[in-house]
Every structure is written in structure tokens, then in C-alpha cells.
Design a protein. Structure first.
Length: 566
């Protein structure tokens, strides 16, 4: 996670603020943003879109894992041989369609699957050598009006040879609309009441936000047009959810390492390394059930979109791995289906500036840390209640993990004193344990989890003042209290200090700090209330006279109700 600039450019460390992307900020302020939504695999566009369209990325025809953009060699690529979710919707009789233009930045991933490639070849058989859709539409884009008319006539001759099932798949997946008219086509179906149950919107390059050809502020054009089309028809709006997401991060920096599968999950490994999840990408959820400016911090990835459709349509996708179903949610926690709110009042936005080239800022001579906007957002309740505690046992550190939430929590262990050669990962619903070997005279490792959960463990391997010090924790969800049991298994009295590191006013810090003496063989319990901080806590525990021993406990106590962001 430390090669961002060398892998890309200095611009990879840049960030957007409200001046850069005003519409995106307005949508986040008005609806719901998912800040723990991840790309599916730590690589390029095509494999991530495979996950979004089909629930996985399998193997290329040569047997190697499909982890690159091989499918873009459309003239020679045979097509992926596993099914897509769109085909499952088709078989179940559910309506769907891909809206895309003559120029779509080759991002309509369904075109790269074998079933659709075969239909494309059959439909294009009369067009003079074109064997795949991008080849044909590239010719369309370069042709004059007369030539275009001839090309489309030849296409229709081929389409006429398709059987009923093939024709349906062609019309839903492969037919494109004139460049610049995607939003108009969508709006036409909204107005006519013919909008499919599931719509995939694949924009052109200039509307894509891809940094080489677009910009986030320019892509606001198509986002606004789509939402405006729905807003003009309240009867459609009342039954619609719009998911605005991004296939991958294009190397732009993020400070949150993604959850990845442990080595024993073979289907989520490639050449000895975990394939996903990938780096976080934004997800905006725009619907009557997401109004309120909420943040939802449940872990999601592209397969979560399919799982949301599963919940709604009842059509299952067997391609999604058990591990992904364990570690990610189905997006329903981002919604409040018990009540739909009125359409929010919004102002007509200013004209969207024209695209002016790659957004490539240069680092200033004098650099400084960015300042986050003040305030907090309302936050959706999450299905996690993680905890972790550690103690020395027989020459190793035993870590007890627990999660009493209804969904599995992903824990990652970062071994800063060399306890393991690489970070460790574990998914827990209930309880689990880690045995952490000692690599020297002291240990120092950190365990992280969802929604800012963090436990830092440090201490001497055996000798030292704090060799007998132990700290156990227990979460009281009802009262939003954290109970810390300070135990002394040594031979001399220990003095523990429990000190808040956050979520407490500076003026009250002394009142919240506890100094506790514990005699040998005894224990004492300290209760820290996080109720006034909406369940958030950040505490350190140290032992007087020992600079090595330290515990840090950070996180959020869930109580089943909406809260605020940290």
C-alpha cells in the first residue's frame, strides 16, 4: 500500500472537494453514500466489470485467470464461457436492458461473454467483415450519413436471421443508440412507462469520469439528465433506485486497505496472492428510501449489486463465491424501506463546464494536510459488533476475536514487529482465535475491522513491569458502554491508566481519564460510556513504568438504530 506515486503520478494523491464536484457532493448530502464499497479485484476495468455483470471473473480460454483486460482484443478473444446475471434475468422472465451509445469506451462488459459474442457475429454477418459490436460501431462513428444508413440496413438483415431468444438478447444487450443520446433514450422509456425492471447504463468516454478522457465534473451531465428524467415522473421515481458506481480506482490513492481472502480460499487467489476485494470506490444510492444524507459503512463490492437484485427479483446468481457472500453485504442496509421520503427540493444546477483535458494537478511547492469538512452525517445501522483482546500464553500472544452482529466481520492483523511475514485475514461471526508467535523481545501488532474498528496490541514478550498485565473488553450494546477488565497476573501491583484519545472534549479529558491500581492476582473493571459520542470510542491503556505495554481500542458500538458518522 505504499507505492501509489511511483506506480502512477503525483496526482494519484490528489483529492476532490466540493468546488470540484458539486453535484456529487449534493447527491451525497441529499441521499446515501456507501463509504465501504470496494471494487471487486485489485486490478483493471474488465475483471471488475466481470464481477458486476456475472458475479465473478473466471479463467481465460488458455486456463489462466481472467485478471487483465484480455477481452478488449475482441477480434481474437473467444469470449468468457460462464453465464451473466442478465441471462438469468432473461430466463426468469424479468425485463432488463443495457443503455449504451455508439461510442461507449468499450465498457459494455456483456459484449465480451461468449453467448453474446456469438449473437453479435450472427447479427453482423451481412456487414462486410465485422465480427463484434465495437468493430461495427467504430465504422458507424467514422461513416457519413449515407454510409451509416447502409451499415444499419446490413445490420438489420443480420438481426432478422436471429431466432426469438437471440433477438431478445441482442436488443437488450448489444444494440447501441446514437452518441450523446443515452439519457434521452432512458428518459423516453421513463415517460412511456416502459423502463425495464433492471437497467445497466454504460456512458461514453467523455461521461465516464475516466481520467484520460473525462473528468468527474463533466460526468455530472449524464447523472443529472438521468435523475431529471426520473424526477419528472414521480410515479416512476417512487419505485426506482439508482446506483452510481465505478469499476475500479485507476490507481488513485486510498488509505483503507481492502478486506482480502485468507490463503485457504483457493478460488479467491491468483499466483499465491489474494485477488480481492479491490480498493474502495464510491457508491451513491439515489432513491426515495435513501433520502437524508446518510452514510452506510457496511462492506460491499460489485457483487453486492447483484445480491441486491437477488433480494428484489428472487433470481439467484451462483457465480458469487461463498467468501464474497460472507464478507460483503447486499446493499439493503443502505435503504430504509419502512418509509419512503418525498422527493427532495433541489435547485437547477449551473451549466456543466466543457471537458478541458485530463485532470492532472501538480503538487504545490508548499504542501499541507487537507482539512476535512466539519460536522457529521447520519449513519445507517450496521450488522457488526466486533471486539478483540489479547494476552500472553505459553510463549505466544493469544488473540480472541468476537463478533455478535448478524453479519460476518472481516478482521485483518498487521504484524509490525515481524510476528508474521504478511498481514493475516479472518472472517468471524461468533468467535475465533489467532495465535501470534513472538518474533523478539516484544510484540506489536494491530487488528482492524469494519467501520473504523481497531485494536493495537504491544508489550514485552516476557520480562518487564507489565509482563502480568492483561486487558479484556466487553461491549454493552444496550447502554453503549465498553467494559474494560484490567487484570494483573504478575507479582507486583500494577497501575493502569485508561485515557480517551478522541470523542471527548479537551476540557473534560481529565474527568474521563482513569488511573487504576491492581494488586497481584486481582482484577478491576472500568466502564467507559460511549453514549454521548453516539457509540464512538477511542481509548488507550498503559501501565506505569513500562513504555512498551499499550492497548488501543477504537470503534463504534451498534445498537440497531441509525447513528452518526465518526
Amino acid at each position: 500500500m505504499n507505492g501509489w506515486v511511483t506506480a502512477k503520478t503525483a496526482a494519484t494523491m490528489a483529492y476532490y472537494d466540493r468546488r470540484d464536484i458539486p453535484l456529487h457532493y449534493e447527491l451525497a448530502d441529499t441521499f446515501t453514500v456507501c463509504d465501504a464499497y470496494h471494487s471487486s479485484i485489485h486490478t483493471s476495468t474488465s475483471p471488475n466489470r466481470n464481477h458486476l455483470w456475472s458475479g465473478k471473473t473466471g479463467n481465460e480460454a488458455n486456463g489462466k485467470r481472467a485478471v487483465g483486460n484480455d477481452a478488449y482484443n475482441e477480434g481474437t478473444h473467444p469470449g468468457y464461457d460462464w453465464g451473466t446475471y442478465a441471462e438469468r434475468l432473461e430466463k426468469a422472465g424479468r425485463s432488463w436492458r443495457t443503455y449504451t451509445e455508439w461510442e461507449n469506451f468499450t465498457d459494455n462488459q456483456i459484449e465480451f461473454f461468449a453467448t453474446f459474442k456469438a449473437i453479435a457475429r450472427k447479427a453482423l454477418a451481412k456487414t462486410g467483415g465485422h465480427t463484434y459490436m465495437e468493430s461495427f460501431y467504430s465504422a458507424v462513428r467514422d461513416a457519413d450519413a449515407t454510409e451509416r444508413e447502409q451499415l444499419f440496413a446490413l445490420l438489420e438483415e443480420g438481426v432478422a436471421t436471429l431466432d426469438k431468444a437471440e433477438r431478445s438478447l441482442f436488443e437488450r444487450a448489444l444494440r447501441r443508440v446514437e452518441t450523446g443520446t443515452l439519457a434521452d433514450e432512458f428518459a423516453k422509456d421513463v415517460a412511456a412507462g416502459t423502463l425495464p425492471e433492471v437497467s445497466y447504463l454504460v456512458p461514453s468516454a467523455v461521461d465516464s469520469e475516466h481520467p484520460s478522457v473525462s473528468s468527474p465534473i463533466h460526468s455530472a451531465t449524464i447523472v443529472y439528465k438521468i435523475l431529471d428524467a426520473l424526477g419528472k415522473h414521480p410515479d416512476v421515481w417512487r419505485h426506482t433506485a439508482v446506483l452510481i458506481n465505478y469499476d475500479e480506482n485507476d490507481g488513485f490513492f486510498d488509505h483503507v486497505p481492502p478486506p482480502v481472502a485468507p490463503p485457504e480460499v483457493a478460488e479467491e487467489q491468483w499466483e499465491g496472492k489474494p485477488t480481492g476485494l479491490g480498493i474502495r470506490v464510491p457508491l451513491l444510492v439515489v432513491s426515495p428510501w435513501t433520502v437524508g444524507g446518510y452514510v452506510c459503512s457496511e462492506v460491499f463490492d460489485h457483487t453486492s449489486v447483484i445480491r441486491f437484485l437477488e433480494r428484489w427479483t428472487g433470481v439467484k446468481e451462483p457465480n458469487i463465491s461463498d467468501w464474497r457472500r460472507t464478507v460483503t453485504g447486499d446493499l439493503t442496509s443502505a435503504f430504509d424501506f419502512k418509509r419512503a421520503r418525498r422527493r427532495p427540493e433541489v435547485e437547477q444546477p449551473a451549466a456543466i463546464p466543457p471537458f478541458s483535458g485530463r485532470w492532472a494537478p501538480k503538487p504545490p511547492l508548499v504542501q499541507h494536510m487537507p482539512v476535512q469538512e466539519p460536522g457529521a452525517r447520519p449513519a445507517r445501522a450496521l450488522p457488526y459488533q466486533p471486539d478483540a483482546q489479547a494476552k500472553l500464553v505459553d510463549g505466544a500472544v493469544q488473540v480472541a476475536l468476537s463478533n455478535t452482529g448478524r453479519s460476518s466481520a472481516h478482521f485483518a492483523l498487521y504484524p509490525y514487529a515481524g510476528e508474521f511475514p504478511v498481514p493475516q485475514h479472518r472472517d468471524v461471526r461468533g468467535t475465533a482465535r489467532w495465535t501470534v508467535p513472538l518474533a523478539g523481545a516484544a510484540y506489536r501488532f494491530t487488528v482492524t475491522g469494519p467501520n473504523g474498528f481497531r485494536r493495537e496490541f504491544a508489550g514485552p514478550a516476557k520480562d518487564g513491569v507489565s509482563a502480568g498485565a492483561e486487558v479484556a473488553s466487553r461491549v454493552d450494546a444496550h447502554e453503549r458502554d465498553l467494559h474494560l477488565t484490567l487484570r494483573n497476573t504478575g507479582r507486583t501491583t500494577l497501575t493502569f491508566t485508561v485515557r480517551p484519545l478522541g470523542y471527548v472534549d479537551e476540557a473534560d479529558l481529565r474527568d474521563w481519564t482513569r488511573t487504576v491500581k491492581v494488586k497481584p492476582g486481582r482484577s478491576r473493571t472500568v466502564v467507559h460510556s460511549a453514549a454521548d459520542a453516539h457509540g464512538w470510542y477511542d481509548l488507550s491503556v498503559t501501565v506505569d513504568g513500562d513504555d512498551v505495554f499499550r492497548r488501543r481500542l477504537m470503534g463504534h458500538i451498534e445498537n440497531g438504530r441509525a447513528s452518526v458518522s465518526g
